[in-house]
Design a protein around this ligand. Structure first.
Ligand code: GUN
Length: 291
C-alpha cells in the first residue's frame, strides 16, 4: 500500500503556479487576483476561506476577502456579486457555501459571470464540462483527476465506482471519469438508496468515496489492489485533540488501507488539492485560457 500525498502534490503544484506568475509579472502583466465572499461565521467556511487566502499568497496572487454578517439580504449579496463581475481588476471569485437559509444559493451562483466562476458551479461551466468543452472544472473533482494522473493510476477502461451524487463532487466526478479526454473509465455512481452498493464497490478498480458519512467504506467493500480516494471530511469529536475534534474521511482507513494499492489519507489527501485547483482555475481566468 502506498499513500497518495495530496499535501506534497499540492505544494509542488503551487510552486509551479508561482513560477508562472513570476514570469507573467516579469513580462509586465499584473498578478492573478482572486476574490472571495464569506457570509457569516461558520467554522468550516472560515477555515476554508483562510486557507484559500493563504494559498493565494503562496502562488503570488493578489486576493480580496469580502466579509458580511449573516443578516445580509439576498439583494445586497447579489449587488456585491455584480460589482465583482464588473471589476476588471478581479480575474475570478467565489462565494463560499453554504449561505444562510434566507438566501437562494442557486440564484447567487447563477448571478456570477461564468467567465469569473473559478469554482465551476455556474450552469454554463457545468454544462460545458459535461460535453467536454473548455471551462472551469470544480476544484475537488479536478484535484482528484490530477492526483490520479500524477500517481500514474491507469483509468482508461477501468471500473470506477463513485459513492455520492452531489453537484460539487459526485456528479462532476462521474462526468469526468467517463469522458475519453479525462478518465475514459467505466463509471458507476452509488448513493444512499443504491440497493447493490456493496457489490458495486467490490468490483471497483478505483473507488471514490464522497458520501459524507464518516468511516462508511469498510474492508469488505474494497477489492484487493484497488485505488481508494477519500473525499470525506466530517468533523468528529475527539477529546484528545486541542481543537476537540478531528477530521474523519468516508473510508475506515485502518481497515481499508492494507487492502489498497494506493489510498488518500484524511487529512492530507484530497483536501489540499482542492484549494490548489482553485488557484489553477484563477490562473486560467487571468490568462483567459477558456473564455
Ligand atoms: N463549500 C464547500 N466547498 C466549497 C467550494 O469548493 N467552493 C465554495 N464556494 N464553497 C464551498
Amino acid at each position: 500500500m502506498q499513500l497518495i500525498d495530496g499535501k506534497a502534490t499540492a505544494a509542488t503544484i503551487k510552486s509551479e503556479i508561482k513560477q508562472q506568475v513570476e514570469q507573467m509579472v516579469a513580462a509586465g502583466r499584473r498578478r492573478p487576483h482572486l476574490a472571495a465572499i464569506l457570509v457569516g461565521h461558520d467554522g468550516g467556511s472560515e477555515t476554508y476561506v483562510k486557507n484559500k487566502v493563504l494559498a493565494c499568497e503562496a502562488c503570488g496572487f493578489e486576493s480580496t476577502l469580502l466579509r458580511f454578517e449573516d443578516d445580509i439580504t439576498e439583494a445586497e449579496l447579489l449587488s456585491h456579486v455584480q460589482s465583482l463581475n464588473e471589476n476588471p481588476a478581479v480575474d475570478g471569485f467565489i462565494v463560499q457555501l453554504p449561505l444562510p437559509k434566507h438566501i437562494d444559493e442557486q440564484r447567487v451562483i447563477e448571478a456570477i459571470d461564468y467567465r469569473k466562476d473559478v469554482d465551476g458551479f455556474h450552469p454554463i461551466n457545468v454544462g460545458r464540462m459535461a460535453i467536454g468543452l473548455p471551462c472551469f472544472i470544480s476544484a475537488t473533482p479536478k484535484g482528484i483527476l490530477e492526483l490520479l494522473r500524477r500517481y500514474n493510476v491507469p483509468t482508461s477502461g477501468r471500473k470506477c465506482v463513485i459513492l455520492g451524487r452531489s453537484n460539487i463532487v459526485g456528479k462532476p466526478m462521474a462526468q469526468l471519469m467517463m469522458q475519453k479526454q479525462y478518465g475514459d473509465a467505466t463509471v458507476t455512481v452509488c448513493h444512499s438508496r443504491s440497493a447493490t452498493l456493496v457489490d458495486e464497490c467490490r468490483k471497483a478498480d478505483i473507488l471514490i468515496a464522497a458520501i459524507g458519512q464518516p468511516a462508511f467504506v469498510k474492508a469488505e467493500m474494497v477489492k484487493p489492489g484497488a485505488v481508494v480516494i477519500d473525499v470525506g471530511t466530517t468533523r468528529v469529536s475527539d477529546a484528545s485533540r486541542k481543537s476537540g475534534y478531528r477530521l474523519q474521511g468516508d473510508v475506515d482507513f485502518e481497515q481499508v488501507a492494507p487492502l489498497c494499492s494506493l489510498i488518500t489519507p484524511v487529512p492530507g489527501g484530497v483536501g489540499p488539492m482542492t484549494i490548489c485547483m482553485l488557484m489553477q482555475n484563477t490562473l486560467a481566468a487571468a490568462t483567459r485560457a477558456y473564455y
